[in-house]
Design a protein around this ligand. Structure first.
Ligand code: ZN
Length: 224
């Protein structure tokens, strides 16, 4: 299948310089899931939508995701000082991407997001994606490094941001904190975080079921 047939152009406006540009996205009907890991990492036949969720402005080099908030003056100055004045602007990231280009786009977005103080949740999502891209490449060390970063950011977000406006999303974050701890070998932490979901009558039903099943896996793994 021609790669271009699975992709379309998304119109974007750079949050820093206002430049209008296009970046590829995968058509939802062409995104075919072949399997899913317990931390929600999907595997796709054909084009992978994860490759395309970080956008890099070809005019100034600023990289961002759809979760980024507007930049204030301080953030812009910090960005100029620590990033824009130092980089060579990548020109080849708006078209079809390979896994290395995808990883590069996310790493630039992580850098820009850290400098401009984006929300912990936005940064956590980027770290989790970078971990998954490394999982696809069987690079366990980098995968774990970014899982740890994602875990720290999700935990901080849970502890410092009010996530109650969207209970399903809050419960998903709780689940991910438990699951990422489990993947990194901190089973006691998994128990602690999963029990928050299991102990709350208001928990999202789908996530509650997932959590119960997953906890059985961990118990079984520990027993064998
Ligand atoms: Zn720009």
């Amino acid at each position: 299948m021609n790669r271009e047939e699975s992709l379309y152009d998304k119109n974007l406006t750079c949050l820093y310089c206002g430049h209008k540009f296009k970046s590829k996205q995968v058509l939802s009907r062409k995104a075919i899931v072949s399997k899913k890991d317990e931390d929600m990492c999907h595997y796709y036949e054909g084009e992978n939508p994860y490759f395309y969720d970080a956008f890099v402005c070809p005019n100034c080099g600023f990289a961002f995701t759809s979760s980024f908030k507007k930049l204030n003056k301080i953030a812009m100055e910090e960005l100029e000082d620590k990033y824009l004045n130092k980089i060579e602007i990548p020109q080849n990231l708006g078209g079809p991407r390979d896994i290395k280009q995808a990883e590069k786009s996310y790493k630039l977005a992580l850098l820009c997001g850290t400098i401009t103080k984006q929300k912990d949740l936005a940064l956590a999502q980027i770290c989790l994606r970078i971990a998954w891209l490394n999982r696809y490449q069987e690079n366990k060390e980098e995968e774990n490094r970014f899982l740890e970063n994602a875990l720290k950011l999700y935990t901080k977000a849970y502890e410092t941001e009010n996530l109650d406006a969207n209970p399903a999303n809050r419960d998903l974050i709780l689940y991910l904190i438990g699951e990422l701890n489990g993947r990194l070998g901190n089973i006691e932490e998994t128990r602690k975080w999963f029990s928050i979901i299991i102990g709350n009558r208001q928990s999202d039903k789908a996530i509650l079921n997932l959590t119960r099943e997953r906890w059985l896996d961990y118990k079984y793994e520990q027993a064998t």
